[in-house]
Unconditional design. Structure first.
Length: 131
């Protein structure tokens, strides 16, 4: 289970709890293991609702409307960056990729899909290893 610990509306830290081993990891460990560099992309979570809105403006899509669902921990959104420039975002819900789009809700190109799938495979392998 991944749980966001908030200070007001900003995410202060993230706690990962494995339902089997009951292991808790700090945000730093989570960041190190799950949010990473892959094929020139940096993958990370929005730090707060303002950043989520900024991502929505950059990609010119409806990401801002996900604030409520993220706050309720119903879904998670990751941003894929190249040199601090947001290239695309992906929504993960119940351990599955729900959607991933570029600016103007354009589909990912083949290289971006490859990067997303490699990252997702690594993410799921690490989560399954921690169980």
């Amino acid at each position: 289970k991944i749980e966001a610990i908030k200070s007001g509306r900003a995410i202060k830290s993230i706690k990962i709890t494995s339902s089997i081993s009951n292991t808790n990891n700090s945000f730093d460990e989570f960041y190190e293991n799950y949010l990473k560099e892959i094929n020139g992309y940096t993958v990370r979570l929005p730090e707060n609702n303002y950043e989520l809105f900024a991502w929505s403006n950059i990609l010119e899509n409806c990401l801002a409307s996900y604030e409520y669902f993220i706050e309720l921990q119903k879904t998670t959104v990751y941003g894929f960056f190249i040199k601090y420039k947001l290239i695309f975002a992906v929504e993960i819900c119940d351990g599955k990729i729900i959607q991933a789009y570029r600016k103007y809700t354009q589909p990912l190109d083949s290289f971006e899909n490859k990067v997303l799938n490699l990252w997702y495979l690594d993410l799921t392998n690490k989560i399954n290893t921690n169980k």
